[in-house]
Write a protein that binds this ligand. Sequence first.
Ligand SMILES: Nc1nc2c(c(=O)[nH]1)N[C@H]1C(S)=C(S)[C@@H](COP(=O)(O)OP(=O)(O)OC[C@H]3O[C@@H](n4cnc5c(=O)[nH]c(N)nc54)[C@H](O)[C@@H]3O)O[C@H]1N2
Ligand SMILES: Nc1nc2c(c(=O)[nH]1)N[C@H]1C(S)=C(S)[C@@H](COP(=O)(O)OP(=O)(O)OC[C@H]3O[C@@H](n4cnc5c(=O)[nH]c(N)nc54)[C@H](O)[C@@H]3O)O[C@H]1N2
Ligand code: SF4
Ligand SMILES: [Mo]
Length: 767
Amino acid sequence: MTQLDQTEGQSPFPVVNNSDRAAIEAAADNASAIGGGLPIIQYWAQKTLSPQGPQIWQTLFHKSACLSCAWGTGRQNGGFINELEEPLQRCMKSVQAISSELQPGLSDHFFARHTISELQQLTSREADRLGRLSFPVIHRAGSDHYEPISWEEIYQLTTAGFSLPPERVASYSSGRSSNEAAFLLQLMVRALGSNNLADCSDLCHAPSTVSLNKVFGTSTSLVSLESLRQADCVVLVGSNAPANHPRLMNELIELRDRGGKVLVINPVKEVGLVKFGSPAHPLRLVQGEEIASLFLQPIPGSDLALFVGIQKVLLERGWVQFDYLKAHTENWQAVIEQVAATGWEAIVATCGVTLTEIVAAAEMIHSCQNVVFAWAMGITHQANSVDNIFSIANTALMTGNIGKPGAGMMPIRGHSNVQGFGSMGVTAHLKDSIREALEKLLGKSLKREPGYDARALIEASDRGEVDTLLCLGGNLYAANPDLTQAKRALGNIDTIIYLATKPNQGHFHGLARQNTIIVPVYARFENPHKTTVESGNNFVRFNSPGKTHLKEADLVTEIDFLAELAHRLHGDQPIDWRRLHDTRYVRQLIAQTIPGYEKIGEIDDTNAEFTINGRIFLEPTFPTPSGKAEMQPTPLPTLTLPTLQDFGLSAAQPALVLALITGRSYGQHNTVVYKEADKYRGMPHRHCILMHPDDAQRAGFSQHQRVSVRGDAGQLDGIEIIFGEVRSGAALMFYPEANVLMKARIEPRAGTPAYKRVPVAIFAGAV
Ligand SMILES: Nc1nc2c(c(=O)[nH]1)N[C@H]1C(S)=C(S)[C@@H](COP(=O)(O)OP(=O)(O)OC[C@H]3O[C@@H](n4cnc5c(=O)[nH]c(N)nc54)[C@H](O)[C@@H]3O)O[C@H]1N2
Ligand SMILES: Nc1nc2c(c(=O)[nH]1)N[C@H]1C(S)=C(S)[C@@H](COP(=O)(O)OP(=O)(O)OC[C@H]3O[C@@H](n4cnc5c(=O)[nH]c(N)nc54)[C@H](O)[C@@H]3O)O[C@H]1N2
Ligand code: SF4
Ligand SMILES: [Mo]
């Protein structure tokens, strides 16, 4: 029996009968008029029937959490089930992520044959397509090549690097690794006396953590999947879930099926948020399901004003639930006063949404019993992102939509284990309760001052204040704004150690001053030991051991590398660091120190995946000092754009200034590009700018014209104009390519860059 045969009957790929197939084929031409839809099926078929197919199927059925996003499809007991023990499918993104890890290994001649200068010419996709990293290499100062290195030399150089003064060493991490690796990383770094634990969440949902903590005393989603199923309205703000959290779309389809409403707020009319064809329903896949009951397109960065507008309607119509506010919140008077004092003119002018639309949104929220407020990067990648989330929380509280089944605040998290990293204490700003538990474990007091977050790490490196950096996954170089600065900053660090599964542009551009080491690691489904991860819905998954397809590769597990390094740095004091090679022992330490994670101590015996204690709120009492939600006033942002003159351009030529949104295409995972084109947005390649036709015409541009785009840090030439349903005054381009354009403007309380409102000038420049 082949592996494909073995999976028959439990295929995650929907069974499509002949009449369905005819309907599907008939609609093929129309495929990208809806989100999801046929291209997904085509991709599945191509990938799973390719020579890699059997391996992909095998991996899809390996008992480990999906690599891609934090929505958290997972498995229990070898089955294909989610946290509610329902059978489910994996989306195309999961297949993309797996197939990318299943590429053949790089040959050991590869780096001898290709110079660094050549490797720096590679696009993100080309770098990823080189194949899996399969043996350790080093780039030494002055050389134009990576070359093989022994494990002993790696450990010597790394130990020497981390023996330097603790304020001059740091780590950066990305949320693909396990909870166990994350816990070990932070324990090792903190035991050295450093809090420099930068993480990709600093560039992502840090504002959600900061604001949820301030208002509710908790830092993750307050809503479980079960609770989401009881909602009759979802307000989806600044999220392109059809591309980035595809299985969340099934929840929205089911909500619409049971008569619920979806309010979408996004300056870009993302096709999949209008209509989505889910592979879960083959026939309906073709026509697509209507998602948005109401679609509002605010000016980028103005959501707060829209929410204050919604609150003002609630107030004026007597729909604010004052009994709830009095019983369960603090500071509500100040918030209500601010709403009353803010004029309609300012609200409408700031958000660019009409009063009629704001009223319709408020009516929708008021008319529903249980409302979930969900958001992603459109809200967090703003200069006032913490206030943005306060304004969402205020709206939810004024309507009594927190602390009951079917309602609440739901940040839609990014990487598949990014939330686990935060829980494990990988953060520059550690909670006192965890610090105290770690102090007890280590028998010594730990540094209290916050360390460097991702942006502070780049700034400190740029000033020459960092000597050694260990990157547990990710692509610190390309994920940052101002790639010129990022490259310079990393170049000031003496030693950088990249632990990675696949090569990326950061390995070729983010070179250290002295030694840059690439340590090849096992992917999640290959680790020879058990590991855990945490989903965005606060559910802990237990991953089985696996095997790698890479023959004769010289890989190390993240756990083994970190445990060996910790042992060399700390010896047997105050704990036996060598014992941390055993992930079961690490889980016991996690159970002792991480709040809510008690059950992980027994998971090896019980095999019971679990919801973390204290995270889901079905009653309106909160872990704040007062036990109530602490509401925060939200000043309207002042959103201006520079003039053409500010960009050194004259108004005489065809040119205009727009607010640029930088984000993901439908064919990439963060800095890793899988596909050049974005069919759904009609963008044929990566060097496009999506604009409203009115803006283009007003400035004298035509569709497909090649233009230059200039930001405050750099310029891109030969960019093709594509007309799309982005609101007038805004435009969209893809990251990481667009990251050369902007200097970092950060939200001061969260450290997160304003990637979604980048002022740029578009002009008919060099082609
Ligand atoms: N396939 C795939 N899945 C992924 C990822 C991936 O790259 N690929 N990345 C993972 C990670 S780390 C993350 S953080 C998430 C990202 O998931 P998302 O947050 O969905 O991704 P983005 O592309 O950054 O853009 C979000 C949306 O915000 C909208 N937006 C921009 N500005 C504004 C604004 O001012 N207001 C509002 N309301 N909306 C705005 C954009 O138009 C876009 O639709 O996805 C995770 N999952
Ligand atoms: N302009 C702009 N910039 C942005 C964003 C934006 O929307 N616009 N989004 C921001 C956001 S939300 C985020 S989260 C960051 C993402 O920033 P990062 O998390 O730093 O970047 P990724 O591209 O996800 O990292 C991919 C690399 O991780 C490595 N990897 C994959 N799996 C594993 C594993 O299991 N173990 C190890 N050790 N390595 C592994 C591979 O080498 C792969 O090349 O980018 C941010 N930057
Ligand atoms: S929605 Fe996210 S977690 Fe679920 S299968 Fe797709 S990529 Fe994986
Ligand atoms: Mo992210």
